[in-house]
Write a protein that binds this ligand. Sequence first.
Ligand code: 6R9
Length: 647
Amino acid sequence: MARPNTKAYQKTDRMTLQINSFDEYKEVYKRSVEDPEGFWAEQASSFTWKKKWDKVLDWNFKEPNVKWFVGGQMNITENCLDRHLEERGDQVAILFEPNDPDAPNKTYTYKELHAEVGKTANALKANGIGKGDRVCFYMPMVPELAIGVLACARIGAIHSVVFAGFSAQALADRIKDATCKAVICSDYNARGAKNIPVKKVVDDALAMGCDSIETVLVHQNTGGEVQMETGRDKWWHEEVDGQPTDCPAEPMDSEDMLFILYTSGSTGKPKGVVHTCGGYMVYTAYSFQNVFQYKPGDIYWCTADIGWITGHSYIVYGPLLSGATTVMFEGVPTYPDAGRFWQVCEKLKVNQFYTAPTAIRALMAQGDEYVEQYDLSSLSVLGSVGEPINEEAWEWYHEKIGKKNCPIVDTWWQTETGGIMIGGLGSHSPMKPAHAGYPLPGIQPCLLDADGNELEGNGIEGLLCIKYPWPSILRTTYGDHERCRQTYFSAFPDKYFTGDGARRDKDGMYRIIGRVDDVINVSGHRMGTAEVENAINEHPMVVESAVVGYPHDIKGQGIYAYIITAGPVEDEEAFRKEVLAVVTKEIGPIAKPDKIQVVSGLPKTRSGKIMRRILRKVASGDTSNLGDTSTLLNPEVVDEIKNNALV
Ligand code: 6R9
């Protein structure tokens, strides 16, 4: 093997990437689409590379095959940690706010975080974990989760974080799909007033035949009792504490895998979206600094969970790459009461605050008194992510939280896009309620009609696609490249299809309408209808089921399930509870249907396809015009479904 060119390519003025006005945005955007390679090479040059790339971009959307910074070598943790040590080694990197509001904050400076990551990386190595191995995380929002993820990246192991609300079954599916070598978990999860067993779920998952797992590393969080299997299960503190703090960063090819993150689609089981090192690094840092207009010394808080992409890109990587102070919150928005977010904003003097519409709607419903008692004057930028934000929630966020002084950046993006694609740049972009706005530099969205024709001009609506690669686009779906091609690149030639519908208004601003496929967005979490149906069908009484989304005041969308049972249901309430239990067991509580209607049949076309359009209309309470049902195989069920609808 040829020795890598070890002459480091360094430039450390990392805060120079920011755009400072809307005019500048327009100029930068123009350049970014006229010369994408030159533009991204320039952005990439502000990072530490072990070896500079030979070629900026190699791509086609047919296979697809996308490679950024080809031939370059780097390690993302050197960029998150080492390169900040000189200038801001004593600045807080992670500011941890525990679940218990009376417990002290825990902080890690860049120096301390660097040392902890080094120790943890050495502990992973001592346990036989190395470059290319997959490591699953199943943990609450504690600093050790971020430390563990970075420790993997340090040694080139691929992390696969599974949200700790998923069931043992869902965890087992993900461990098996990625053939993980180790699981890192906590003993318990302190969430609001609850103490949720975490290690127990891992034990249950591993009992489902996760043969690839050699080690379970258990972080002691609450100190509650757990069972440890000799040889396999080890305590985090015993493995990590005695390790040397120094761990050399593994040289990674730009296109080596950084992580896998499972997400739901319209068909089949969740797929493992794969992101690679170089492009993801450049894009998450660039988008973080521009969207949030982060300035040195600011306190930035994203309330997401690291189990989702938002946590990966905008709690861990984007902020740390930018030398920011990033808040990690263990708790929930309503504990000890609905003022917790605002109490923490006051206490920590948060400058940029990034949350989801579902949280805003839930807190808005609790009344303004929870907001009014806190001083929110430190806030400068408010962010929204995960689902469309309705105008009422937008106005409340703007007025009550931002006191009409803070821009709202409504950020549209996906697990697959790795980073924010459409959204405002702090106060520099014009904003409109419920509109994500303009594409970030380097992002080339387009709207297509159903035949794949690109719709030109403004004041139009269509299917949202992206026609040119950006550095953090997904590279594949783990272990199944064909599925990646099929899902994202086959609907329209040479385009990445997002699955969302959008409108471009008269000013060229994008408004995301929502999914056009069978994906339901519940409280900002993606659920595939097929996935939920498969879970429901596990109930022995269920013959067939169909699940659709319907408008829900707080969650954005709720889950409405139509179920055909084998024989009559004696006790509907008992049956409902059993179905919820099955779904909780198969996926997790987030996938529980809000409404369950037992039906004698499902409306089907003559080719046997469920007419979801009809089911969606009924679920939304709109039975006025169900369209032509005469071509159905079984038109008679429509009346029955309509008459017994739960609205
Ligand atoms: C980051 C994230 C992606 C789906 C996406 C879209 C919806 C996300 C949105 C939004 C309207 C926004 N979505 N942000 N819809 N406005 N600002 O949420 O990733 O979990 O993969 O979900 O969420 O439908 O396609 P992910």
